[in-house]
Design a protein around this ligand. Structure first.
Ligand code: URA
Length: 192
């Protein structure tokens, strides 16, 4: 029987050779995802930045430090107890937004990750991830503050991107905290 870890490893091996979009030309490496293949909580960001491209792991720069702190403080978990991935697995040049064709090209990897892990709760970090996972064109301010039904029966909790929280200060961080508390509640007692 193949395990979630086996399925993720096979997908990561395919992604490592991926040339499905133009982002392949500029990457140092594919940043596939990190964490526990059996995690009940998956967090999804937009795409790797410079640090992530160099180190091969999502959210290892300043945004990642904030995310790690919030995970510890609000959920009492380390990043390796959950699973963290991005919508696009290769760094967009100059950290520009991923383009629709890049998101579409990379989509099978994200779908495959979610299908392998089968999380109970997905926290989407920022507008891009929230719109992609929820198939919505609404902005993050409208999407957050509610829980949405998501892929494979998971609950989706949209929140701000940690980079937006770093820019937006205490008020935005407080809203992110509230969203993570909601995610924790869903992990303990799934919504009806
Ligand atoms: N921003 C993201 O959306 N993902 C990362 O991995 C790093 C920064």
């Amino acid at each position: 029987m193949t395990t979630a870890a086996d399925r993720l490893a096979a997908l990561a091996a395919t992604a490592a050779e991926c040339r499905r979009c133009a982002l392949a030309a500029g990457r140092t490496q594919v940043v596939f995802g990190v964490g526990n293949p059996e995690a009940r909580l998956v967090l999804i960001g937009e795409g790797p930045g410079r640090e992530e491209d160099l180190r091969g792991e999502p959210f290892v720069g300043r945004s990642g430090q904030l995310l790690d702190a919030l995970l510890r403080q609000e959920l009492g978990v380390d990043r390796r107890q959950c699973y963290i991935a991005n919508v696009v697995k290769c760094r967009p040049p100059g950290n520009r937004d991923p383009r629709p064709e890049e998101i579409t090209a990379c989509r099978p990897y994200l779908d495959g990750q979610l299908a392998a892990i089968e999380p109970s709760v997905i926290v989407t970090l920022g507008k891009f991830a929230s719109q992609v996972v929820l198939a919505s064109d609404e902005g993050i301010r409208r999407l957050r503050g509610r829980v949405h039904p998501g892929p494979q029966g998971a609950w989706v909790v949209p929140t701000y991107h940690p980079a937006a929280a770093l820019r937006g200060g205490a008020a935005v961080v407080a809203e992110m905290r509230a969203d993570l508390v909601r995610a924790k509640e869903l992990l303990v007692a799934p919504a009806q």
